[in-house]
Design a protein. Structure first.
Length: 339
């Protein structure tokens, strides 16, 4: 689109935010090409879908292989696509350069809209600009809250990672933690850095950051185990994703450590771990909602000219704590893969 006509390039009165549908039908939407990481599959959209002209939307994330967090994001996106008569193209790559190529692939396919994560925003700046020049609206989700306006995106759906980290630090104070190991599974990911920095800002004890290779879970396990053996004063391991929390539990056992584990993000296996006290608590950013709102937001923009937050403010989906007090209720949804 021409920059002068882009909603981020002019002042305007805020408009209504996206409203999620009361009932969501989890019908699968077709995936087509979008690079080697794209996945294919399809099903007819359910009855009651929008009668607006068929749209094609590309959802491009920095998902690493095996990271189940993104399955929940994708389910939300597929639910919105089924409702809105949208063909959804999903692709992902944790390498920022490859992710940028996937966005360019979507542009070349002349999609009607792009939803993208900005874990490494500098690497995506050029292709986001290419989409704008091609007249394709782009929304951000999950990662990139600090950068979406600078990149001239239409809107953003996600969690303020700094705020989430600060809330996490306060929670650690409440449970009496003294020294925590903050495990970061992807170097250079701004959102993960903001989480650990946020924890350090409010936590009254000491935070020891630890980088691990999140694509190699045996390496993650051995690195955490070694650290716990080296420093028995660590009384909490803080992980930044559900799969890594479950691995950290194994590391604690292998190290003979008394440390407890708490984490950011959620999945159904983590729900079980909270119930049996293997994990103390988790911060949920509602990834299903992020995927759903991002796709639905593009539909609303095309068909009714809406932009959530008036194009000036993000739509926050977290943080929300999950612990023994509410895990049974949240677990009902997590069992379906939607929390």
């Amino acid at each position: 689109m021409d920059r002068s006509s882009h909603p981020r390039s002019r002042r305007f009165a805020p408009v209504v935010a996206v409203a999620a549908a009361a009932a969501l039908t989890l019908a699968g939407c077709s995936s087509s090409s979008g690079g080697k990481k794209s996945e294919e599959g399809g099903a007819n959209a359910s009855a009651g879908k929008a009668d607006t002209p068929r749209m094609t939307v590309a959802l491009v994330t920095h998902q690493a292989p095996g990271d189940t967090f993104w399955d929940t994001v994708r389910k939300g996106a597929e639910a919105a696509a089924a409702k809105d008569n949208i063909k959804l193209i999903y692709s992902a790559d944790p390498n920022a350069g490859n992710q940028a190529n996937l966005v360019q692939n979507a542009i070349d396919q002349k999609v009607d809209g792009i939803a993208v994560t900005l874990a490494k925003p500098d690497a995506l700046k050029g292709v986001v600009g290419n989409a704008e020049k091609a007249g394709i609206p782009v929304v951000g989700l999950n990662s990139g809250l600090s950068d979406w306006k600078a990149l001239n995106l239409l809107e953003f759906f996600g969690q303020d990672e700094s705020v989430a980290g600060e809330a996490f630090g306060k929670k650690l104070n409440e449970v009496g933690a003294k020294k925590v190991l903050c495990v970061m599974q992807e170097q250079g990911n701004v959102g993960l850095t903001q989480r650990c920095d946020g924890v350090a800002k409010t936590f009254e004890g000491k935070v020891d950051p630890q980088n691990v290779n999140g694509t190699d879970m045996p390496s993650v396990k051995s690195t955490i185990t070694a650290k716990l053996k080296q420093d028995p004063s660590i009384d909490y391991v803080v992980t930044l994703g559900a799969p890594f929390a479950l691995t950290a539990v194994q590391s604690v056992s292998d190290a003979g450590s008394k440390a407890k584990v708490a984490t950011f993000d959620l999945n159904k296996d983590l729900i079980k771990a909270i119930k049996n006290d293997s994990i103390q608590f988790a911060v949920d950013q509602q990834p299903y909602l992020q995927g759903y709102l991002a796709v639905d937001g593009l539909w609303l923009y095309k068909n009714n000219g809406n932009y959530s937050g008036g194009g000036e403010q993000p739509v926050l989906t977290g943080p929300a704590f999950v612990d023994k007090s509410n895990v049974d209720r949240i677990g009902e949804f997590a069992a379906k893969g939607t929390r």
